[in-house]
Every structure is written in C-alpha cells, then in structure tokens.
Design a protein around this ligand. Structure first.
Ligand code: C5P
Length: 298
C-alpha cells in the first residue's frame, strides 16, 4: 500500500456571487457560480501512527497548528472513519489567504481526498459531510470546475462550461476577512439569485470573455471596495492594461481579469507584478484537486 500521495489543491474564483438573505443560524443564504483555476497549492500527505504533523513552505505563510484547516481536516477524517491514526502533511502555499481564492478550503478538500486515497475510501459520501462541516465553500472543491453553489455555499451542482478562459489574478497587499465582509453588507446588497442563471447559461454556451464579464456581479463589491479603495484601483488597472473585464472574487481582496488568450494573461500578470502587486496568470480547470497519478496529465 502507498503511504504518501502528492496532491494539488486548486484555487477558485467566483464568476458571480449573490446574497439572498440572512439565516437564523447566523449565516447568509447565497447563490454563487464558483470556478476552479490552475493556480494551486502543493501538498504531500502521508499516513502516520498518531497525531497530525504539519509543515508549511512556499510563497505565503499559514498556521502550523490545529488552527490550520488542513490539520482540522485530518482530525475530522480520523473521527469519522477511525483511521488513519495520524497524518503527516507538507503544505506548499502559492495561494494567498484573505483573497477570496478559497485556498484554505481547497487545502482542506485536498487533505480529505488524499487520506481517502491512502485508506481506500475514495468517493465515500461522508467526505462531503466532513468538508461541509469545515467550511462553506469547501464542498465545491470536491466537484471542481464550474459549480452553482447555494445554501451557505455547501449545496453544489456541477455546471457545464463550454470552453476554458484565460485569467490574470492579482491582490492588493491587504486581505479581507470573510466574517468582516459579511458584517459590512446592507439591504441594498441583497438580490434574488437570478443573475447566476445568466452566468451559468453564458458558461454552458461557451460565451466569449467580454460577454461573460458583462454578467459577472459580486454582492460584496460595494461594501468591500468602499472600505478598501485599492481593490477598485486594481480593477481599473487591469482594464487599463487591456483585460477584457475585471471583478473581485468572493469577499475579496483578490481580483481576476479576463484575458483574450494565455499570452495576454501572462503580459497582464507581468505588468501588475512590475507595479508591485502579487499577480499570476491562470486558466480555468475542471478539477478542484488533482491527486498524484493524475498530475502528469495536467
Ligand atoms: O463557513 P466559513 O468558515 O467559510 O465562513 C466564515 C464566516 O463567514 C462564517 O462564520 C459567517 O460569519 C460568514 N458566512 C456567512 N454566510 C455564508 C458563509 C459564511 O455569514 N454563507
């Protein structure tokens, strides 16, 4: 039996995000079209006799203890399945936290998927339940690609995407905390969710990037940009530099720009890096995570 597996944990953007209302449990009812992208963290996950060991490296730091969602994922896996005794996780971070890029949620699902592979529990329905307990936007990474997410984000339906899109992703230095972003919204930010149907239709028909961009809307933008004008400035810079459209992802602070092709995305990312932003070129992908043996095919 193999005792270690490499796994890629993809980041996400939100093509659109609508807030439908407040719920009695303190969460918000949302409707969002999520999309996994080629930007990813790299993990090596192994079985160990007891406890969790977590090592962190890469471009960004992350907690090294039980407050890291990877750690909690390994513990929740053991509590549910009674095995493995412990897990040994090496996490190499390329996705910044506080960006609305779902890095932590994706790492969580990557750990669950890797442990499932190592213990012969691939595809077990309980993985979905564990993921949903650990976060609101985790479940979409089990499905990957373009997904329509509702409820607090954990009700996930796969969407058909008629084509791939080239993107540039960038972030101002400061991140946004998701709970704070939810606290900042007002009545004017609520809508009925129908905008997401238009986004889903555009994706399935393989709409050109300029058409898709016209339909992208994010209910957090008004309040988050009012507090952090540097996000609005980044959107404007992307457009000035030639992006077809640019939008904040999730509750911010990262912004994605649609590019006409991969070379244009590379050029945009290089220009934004020259301006001092963290920025990468990326493209849409069909997976939320990629396990070892599939990595060569990416
Ligand atoms: O579930 P997750 O840890 O991603 O959510 C972080 C916080 O964001 C929650 O504690 C809650 O305050 C807020 N949230 C919300 N409605 C959602 C998702 C998150 O109010 N649908």
């Amino acid at each position: 039996m193999i005792s270690q597996v490499r796994v890629r944990a993809h980041a996400k953007i939100n093509w659109g995000l609508e807030l439908l209302g407040r719920r009695p449990d303190g969460y918000h009812e949302i409707r969002t079209v999520m999309q996994t992208v080629s930007l990813h963290d790299d993990l090596m996950v192994g079985l160990s006799p007891d406890g969790v060991q977590l090592r962190v490296s890469g471009d960004f730091d992350a907690p090294r203890g039980p407050e890291n969602i990877c750690w909690r994922a390994a513990e929740a896996f053991r509590e549910t399945f009674g095995r493995p005794g412990g897990a040994c996780i090496e996490l190499c971070k390329h996705v910044p936290a506080g960006g609305g890029l779902g890095g932590g949620s994706s790492d969580c699902v990557a750990v669950l998927a890797a442990l499932a592979r190592l213990t012969g529990l691939d595809g077990d329905e309980r993985l979905r339940e564990i993921a949903a307990q650990l976060g609101s936007d985790t479940v979409a990474f089990l499905t990957g690609g373009a997904t329509m997410c509702s409820g607090r984000g954990e009700i996930v339906e796969p969407l058909v995407a008629g084509r791939t899109y080239d993107l540039v992703i960038a972030r101002p230095d400061e991140g946004v905390s998701t709970p704070e972003a939810y606290q900042g919204i007002g009545h004017e930010d609520f809508s009925d969710g129908s905008g997401m149907d238009a986004v889903a239709r555009a994706l399935s028909s393989g709409a050109p990037p300029e058409r898709l961009s016209e339909l992208c809307l994010n209910a957090f933008t008004r309040s988050v940009v009012a507090r952090m004008p540097q996000i609005g400035a980044l959107v404007d810079w992307m457009i000035d530099l030639g992006a077809v459209g640019a939008h904040m992802t999730g509750s911010g602070s990262a912004v994605f720009g649609l590019a006409t092709d991969a070379a244009a995305a590379d050029g945009l990312a290089a220009s934004l890096r020259d301006m001092g932003y963290w920025s990468v070129a990326a493209r849409t992908v069909d997976a939320g995570y990629t396990l070892g043996e599939n990595l060569n095919h990416e």
